[in-house]
Design a protein around this ligand. Structure first.
Ligand code: PMP
Length: 294
């Protein structure tokens, strides 16, 4: 919490803080990989940058002044050393507006940074997920911007995910306000049609996922044609392959959408190739994407 290690039970926020009252906190989640004896973080600079951008969009302006990348990296290193990490875990790093009874504003208010580690398990069934179009729409950029990872906005994800679970599915598929495909509750989506890998363009109210960006880079390296574009819901019904990706979703095949099987309801060829390549990175075998912290 801020500069020091505290026990999880002592890491508290005041109930009068804007973080509690309005969900006025921005966050990111990244994996710590255990490679031999070393601990490595996947795309740490990207996670720091996105945290900064989320804060900037919302108008939380004290974080950047207090925390440069080097200081942030040192805090991650301290956290990793303080915990007995023997296998992959996730770190949730959050910038909270901790000013008390500040009213509905964001600028010039004090913030604190918290980070904790937790189990690095997938939020989706790893062998394949079943998803359902949500009765809830994704929050549009002109209301609460999805590209800012702001805590309060996650009520939208909670509504979507719970509705999907209540209906017996693994996750929701969010559409944007125009009815185009967006993302899942906490993962981006890719489809394969006729050998082309497509994902909704960033204009469609998605979180600009760090794994989404990685998959696009990997696919290009592997010679797979890619496209960021508008995707209709019915394209999902006839797609050859679909997968979700994200820090806590990894690369997970989607095998059913709204009671329609995707392809023959087995992991597709391109999904399988991309997942293998992605897993190589997650096993710590590609230092291009990794920062060693201890
Ligand atoms: N969309 C949403 C809404 C998310 O919460 C997440 C998880 N952070 C993602 C997409 C995937 O983003 P990333 O690849 O950066 O984990």
């Amino acid at each position: 919490m801020d500069d020091g290690i505290v026990s999880i039970n002592d890491a508290s926020l005041n109930i009068t803080s804007s973080a509690i009252l309005y969900g006025l906190s921005v966050y990111t989640v990244f994996p710590v990989l255990v490679v031999g004896g070393a601990k490595k973080i996947f795309r740490l600079q990207d996670h720091y940058d996105r945290l900064l951008k989320s804060a900037k969009i919302i108008g939380i302006d004290t974080f950047e002044k207090d925390w440069n990348f080097e200081k942030f990296k040192e805090a991650v290193s301290l956290l990793v050393k303080a915990n007995d990490i023997i296998e992959r875990v996730f770190v949730r790093a959050t910038v909270h507006v901790d000013a008390e009874v500040a009213g509905t504003l964001s600028r010039g208010l004090s913030t604190c940074l918290s980070m904790f580690v937790y189990e690095g398990a997938s939020i989706l069934p790893e062998n394949g997920a079943r998803i359902k179009t949500s009765v809830w729409r994704r929050i549009p950029d002109y209301a609460i911007p999805s590209r800012a990872k702001v805590n309060g906005a996650y009520v939208n994800s909670v509504l979507g995910k719970q509705d999907a679970l209540d209906s017996g599915y693994d996750d929701c598929l969010f559409l944007d306000v125009s009815g185009h495909v967006c993302e899942l509750s906490a993962a981006n989506i890719f489809i394969v049609r006729d050998g082309i890998l497509s994902t909704p363009h960033a204009e469609h109210d998605i979180l600009e996922g760090i794994n989404r960006k990685t998959i696009l880079e990997l696919a290009k390296d592997m010679g797979i044609p890619t496209s960021e574009r508008t995707i209709d819901l019915t394209e999902l019904y006839i797609a050859d392959e679909i997968f979700a990706c994200g820090t806590s979703a990894f690369v997970t095949p989607v095998l059913e959408v709204d009671a329609r099987k995707v392809g023959n309801a087995e992991i597709g060829t391109l999904t399988s190739e991309i997942r293998d390549r992605y897993n190589t990175i997650m096993e710590g075998e590609d230092n291009n994407y990794l920062t060693t912290v201890s």
